[in-house]
Design a protein around this ligand. Structure first.
Ligand SMILES: [Zn+2]
Ligand SMILES: [Zn+2]
Length: 93
């Protein structure tokens, strides 16, 4: 009733290989999954964005990337709740 010690290292190796393969497969699967096209500009509901109500730019304590031109801005639109520059606001809305 002695266990077959001789096979253990191979089994472990096989197991590790298997794990590695699964891991690689997972990684590859993740890489090949088509990323949803980033529609960050459209994350604001269009009807909110294009409504002419309540789009006041307010200053933020911290700079964030402008939702329109992606540069640092320290203003944000209260209605859309996105960072914006004053000059970008007109184009964004
Ligand atoms: Zn901007
Ligand atoms: Zn707005």
């Amino acid at each position: 009733m002695s266990p077959a010690h001789g096979h253990l290292p191979l089994d472990q190796l096989g197991f590790k290989k298997c794990v590695a393969m699964v891991y690689i497969c997972l990684l590859q699967a993740q890489q090949t999954v088509p990323k949803p096209i980033t529609t960050k500009r459209q994350k604001v509901a269009v009807d909110v964005r294009l409504s002419r109500v309540g789009h006041h730019l307010e200053s933020m304590p911290k700079q964030r990337r402008c939702s329109h031109c992606r540069k640092k801005a320290n203003l944000f639109c209260k209605a859309c709740n996105v960072p914006l520059h004053r000059k970008c606001s007109a184009e964004f809305h």
